[in-house]
Each structure stands twice: as structure tokens, then as C-alpha cells.
Design a protein around this ligand. Sequence first.
Ligand SMILES: Cc1cc2nc3c(=O)[nH]c(=O)nc-3n(C[C@H](O)[C@H](O)[C@H](O)COP(=O)(O)OP(=O)(O)OC[C@H]3O[C@@H](n4cnc5c(N)ncnc54)[C@H](O)[C@@H]3O)c2cc1C
Length: 387
Amino acid sequence: MESVMKNRYECIVIGGGLAGSTAAYHLAKSGYNVALLEKAQGPHHKVCGEFLSFEALSYLKEMGISLNEDSPAIKYFQIFSPRSMASFTFPFPGRGVSRYNLDEELLNNAKNAGADIFRGSCMRDYHKQEDGFFKIETNTGDFYARHLFMAIGKHDYSREHKRQGKDNSYIGLKTHIRLKSLSEQYKETTVLFSFPGGYGGICPVEGGLMNFCFVIDKDVYKSLNSNFDETISYLRRSNSQLDIVLGQADFVEALCAVGHIPYGFLRPPNNQEGVYFLGDQRMVIPSFTGDGMAIALSTARNCVDEFDCHQKGFKYLVGPMQKILEKQMRWALSGHVILKYPWLTDMCRRIPKLSPLLIETIFQKTRVSMMKDIHDDRQSTVNYSRR
Ligand SMILES: Cc1cc2nc3c(=O)[nH]c(=O)nc-3n(C[C@H](O)[C@H](O)[C@H](O)COP(=O)(O)OP(=O)(O)OC[C@H]3O[C@@H](n4cnc5c(N)ncnc54)[C@H](O)[C@@H]3O)c2cc1C
């Protein structure tokens, strides 16, 4: 253990989203001296569809997180293209939960496990010193750590630092809405709507609210003067079911937005010695899969395992994890292309046997369930072997 001097830690996690808090929790539980730096001062909304897949739930359960009963179980999935509709029953239900509450609960969980949490502390840059420690420069002073866990999502941290992945020109927007008569019909269903230039969805969350979130091509958004009302009118004109939903929606809070979504980004393993990349820093899967949060939780869990193995003199084979992520990404990108072009969605839908098969296959192939087996196999020589 490192001696505890001011702002000096064995491990520092940057970013207090799902990936960061999960890593800090597992590091603290494994006995490491750990701090987490989060730039936001307090709870905040995030652009996310807020559908927690069954796999994500199993990672939360492992950390002792049980969701509020008010957060609905999601059993069904429907997809509406401009001209057709398909539905699917999840083999295991997911849950709808607002990130405002979930991220806060995970941060508290990490704190209770023994991690030091610094709110309002934004990393501006980091570099490795001669003594082997990383110096982390923040707006609240310098921090030092032997090991760094980068969990800053899709964000960058300095002008010089290049964002990960290609900018594939999508922006994401999210808010919460209250539906009138339709809220009963959709209380256990998450719905995906495709439209020319993007797709979006609704998902029930706590308090009888619905998450409404969509991704739209930047050029299409610009052509709508980057204006919320014009964008909503465009969505209503483009998809008749979305028109019905938005026609009875009360928008209960301001929209939050994120630019530069590098769908398809997958970081190669062992990028920088002593630095571990988790969550969206590791991989950015197309949002329609509803598995980004499961990936954030699982990559955090895996990175801590990998780190712990190195510390204890075990060899950790990252190959199995990387292969699972690569395969999952290939399938997710194919689904993304289908949704991006509504005529293609309609075409798949028109071939009666193809449509359910396609939805089911894409659903299964874009899950991180296999990653869980890596942890469960912790002592197996397939994944770990002594140095
Ligand atoms: C439109 C859209 C819809 C989505 N829908 C779903 C869905 O329905 N289900 C699902 O499972 N996934 C969904 N996702 C994916 C999911 O939201 C992300 O994969 C997940 O949030 C990644 O978690 P993270 O912890 O890596 O990053 P984040 O949750 O983004 O957390 C990063 C944290 O780092 C902090 N930070 C950033 N920079 C710094 C810095 N320099 N110093 C300190 N702190 C910093 C931020 O404030 C933030 O709290 C969606 C994504 C998008 C874009």
C-alpha cells in the first residue's frame, strides 16, 4: 500500500459515470487506496436512453445496488420505421432508470466501499513523472497516482488531447416527457423509432416519466436551424407513430445534448502502460443496442480484474475480452446501418421471416453477457495463468 500523503494515491479514477464509479468500488473493495475525480459538482442529467439491460443489472447486483421499486421493469421492445412496425419480448426484462439517480447511487456506493470522491475536480492533463507516478493536473490542484483509470466517457480533457474515434457526425439529445393516455400502453415497453437521418426512442423511467432520447445527423440538425421545436416537428412529420407519441407529450425538463459520438470506436488493448481505459473510453457501441451501460460496467469490472492480476503476479489474458467486444461491435454497426436508412429497415421488415430473426440475432449478438463468464471464470487457466 502507498503511504497516504495529500492527493497521493495508489489508483486514481478520472470520471464518475458508471464506469468510473464501478472501477473505484471494485478497487476499494480489493483493498487499494483509491480516489475518484468527477468534474461535475453534483447530480446531473446525461444523454442516454436509460434502458438498463439485464446484463447491466447483473453487474449492479454484484455491487449490492438494488434499484428503486419505482424504476419500471421493461419486458417488451417495439421498433417503428416510417412504414412498418415489429415487436420483440426480451428473454429477461431490463429496467428503466434515470442517470440522474443511478450515477449518484453508484458514486455513493464507491464512497461507502472506501474510495475518496472529489466532486468538481476536472482533470486538465496528466503525465508520467520520473518516480513512476502520474501527475494529474486539475482545477482543484494536482493529484498523484501510480495507476490511472480513465473513465471520462466521450469527453476530451484538453485542447491538445485528440478525442477518441472518428466523428461520424451524430449528435445525441435527451429529455424526459410525460405521456397522457399512452403511458399505460408503454409502461413496460421501450420503443425505437427510425427516421431519415437518425433514430430515437422512449423508455419508461421512475416517477411515471418517459425518457425521450434520439441521435440525429449533424447536417440534418443544422438544416433544422439546430432548433428544438423545428426538430420535433421534423420527427413528427417523419414517423407517424412518433407523431402520436410526441403529440401528447409534456416536456418536463430542458434538453441535454452531446456532440461527436464516435460510434464504432474500439480501443486496442495495452494502449498506455499503467493507464486503463473503461466505458466509452474503451468502446462506443451504437446506442440502439441499449447495452452501453452494461459495457461501461463490464469493462470497469474487467479492467480492475486485469489490474489486480498484474499486481498479484498473475498474467491476465485480455484477448477473450477484446474478441467479445470486437464481435459485439461488428453486429451493432450492422444494426446501426439498417436503422440509419429507413428504406432498409422497411425492406428487412417486408420479408416476414427475416425481420424477427434479424431483431433476435442482433439483440443476442450485441449483449455483453459473455463478459460475465470471464469474471466467473476468474481462477480458470483459460483466462488467467501464473507468470
Ligand atoms: C443517445 C444515446 C443513447 C444511449 N442509450 C443507452 C441506453 O438506453 N442504454 C444503455 O445501456 N446505454 C445507452 N447509451 C450509452 C451509455 O450512455 C454510455 O455508454 C455510458 O454512459 C458510458 O458510461 P461512462 O461511465 O463510460 O461515461 P459517462 O457516463 O459519460 O461518464 C463520464 C464521466 O466523466 C466525467 N468527466 C468527463 N471529463 C472529465 C474530466 N476531465 N475530469 C473529471 N471528470 C470528467 C463526466 O462528468 C462524467 O460524469 C446511450 C448513449 C447515447 C449517446
